[in-house]
Design a protein around this ligand. Structure first.
Ligand code: ZN
Length: 410
């Protein structure tokens, strides 16, 4: 659009060289027209939506963005402005959590907003659950349960109430599958009469020693030391395992939990997590490991090739602060996404493997961002990336003592 292009060019000069002159060089009408035009375009990844809000007075842009909200435009660009508004005015959605869910400003940001005013949020979400239907209704229910574990039993009852496995009523079946699909996305499903959550409430962040991650992510070391568990935990290096034929194979050691912190859904007192990074790189699908009582870790694959291990180190486990219990990938912030327990971090749509032992859905145990240092270069670099820079997740079935790994990226 010609109007936004010339605005962009003029704005570029101002925002780099003379940000204080922005108000003098543009009129309010121009800014309003620009925001409206830009909101209807596709997401422009190179464009600093936030700068527009920063450079101009609040009453130049807030009415336009409110209009966007009211019209519920679905354009990508509108979402970017809402996202920018959220960052500029975090209190904006505080009294309207149901509005917030409709605007898809990012999962983690949504959760933080809800957590900031939990009582108001619960009220709004309950209202949304009662007055909406279809997937909106279950999205509200899931957020209620995410926000507050004490809401989970009533979520279970609501799900059980629409669960009609043998019904010949098509409408009832459809409602059931909408509910099931909607809740599975957040890790909830009905097992018998009980609501099952495929991730533990206990959540820790891995805090690596200074310099291990080459200075990133900064937050890894900024948690209050009082919140760290007393011991350190071995991370990285190589370990011997077995393949499906019982032969010795080299696996890459991930993390030894000794002791296993409580609340993770792991009944053993010690757990060694390892995987073949080569299999993970090669297959992209889930790979499974049996953990035998003698400590042997057995991969399902018969072929395992070497891959450089993560540099071995000792990590601390830091109890995740409330604002970091729910995180997601790619919300534009440089966050520590090396997490033990808690809500998984998926890049694409959530996917929990089914255990190869019992067939049930496995529980999330560990999320590992890209950026870990390798002992030797691979593809010309020692900085490990999951695909184009995604996140890997480790899962656990406590009954079968089987772990699983998968990863995804954009
Ligand atoms: Zn199992």
């Amino acid at each position: 659009m010609a109007t936004t292009k010339s605005f962009d060019e003029r704005l570029d000069k101002v925002r780099y060289n003379e940000p204080s002159l922005a108000t003098a060089q543009f009129s309010r009408d121009e800014v309003v027209a620009y925001i409206e035009a830009k909101a209807q375009e596709k997401t422009d990844f190179g464009y600093p939506y936030r700068d527009v809000l920063k450079l101009f007075p609040r009453d130049w842009w807030l009415p336009s963005i409110e209009a966007i909200l009211k019209a519920r435009w679905n354009a990508d660009g509108a979402r970017c402005f809402v996202d920018a508004l959220f960052q500029a005015e975090p209190s904006y959605f505080a009294d309207a959590p149901h509005e917030l869910l409709d605007w898809n400003v990012g999962f983690a940001r949504t959760m933080r907003m809800l957590q900031a005013r939990p009582d108001v949020a619960r009220e709004g979400l309950r209202r949304m659950f009662e007055t909406r239907d279809g997937s909106d209704r279950w999205r509200a229910a899931a957020h209620l349960a995410l926000l507050d574990a004490s809401e989970e039993p009533s979520l279970g009852r609501a799900l059980a109430a629409v669960t009609v496995p043998d019904s010949s009523d098509d409408a009832a079946k459809r409602s059931m599958s909408i509910a099931q699909w909607g809740l599975r996305e957040y890790g909830y499903e009905l097992r018998g009469d009980t609501l099952h959550r495929a991730w533990p409430r206990a959540a820790f962040h891995l805090a690596f020693p200074p310099g291990y991650l080459g200075g990133r992510p900064k937050e890894a070391l900024e948690f209050p030391p009082g919140e760290a568990l007393p011991s350190t935990f071995a991370f990285g290096g190589a370990i011997e395992g077995r393949n499906a034929e019982g032969g010795r194979v080299r696996l890459e050691h991930i993390l030894t939990l000794d002791p296993v912190p409580p609340g993770l859904g792991v009944s053993a007192s010690r757990l060694v997590l390892a995987a073949s990074l080569w299999i993970l790189e090669d297959e992209r699908t889930e790979s499974f490991y049996r953990h035998h009582p003698d400590g042997t870790i057995e991969t399902e694959s018969d072929e395992v090739r070497p891959h450089p291990a993560f540099q071995s180190t000792q990590v601390r486990l830091v109890r995740s602060p409330a604002t970091k219990r729910f995180q997601s990938w790619g919300e534009g912030t440089d966050e520590n996404l090396y997490r033990l327990g808690g809500y998984p971090v998926f890049v694409q749509s959530p996917s929990y493997p089914n255990c190869i032992g019992c067939g049930l859905r496995m529980s999330h145990l560990l999320s590992l961002d890209s950026g870990l240092p390798l002992e030797e270069p691979r593809h010309g670099t020692t900085e490990h990336a999951w695909g184009s820079g995604g996140v890997a997740n480790g899962f656990w079935c406590d009954d079968c003592r089987i772990s699983a790994w998968s990863w995804d990226c954009t």
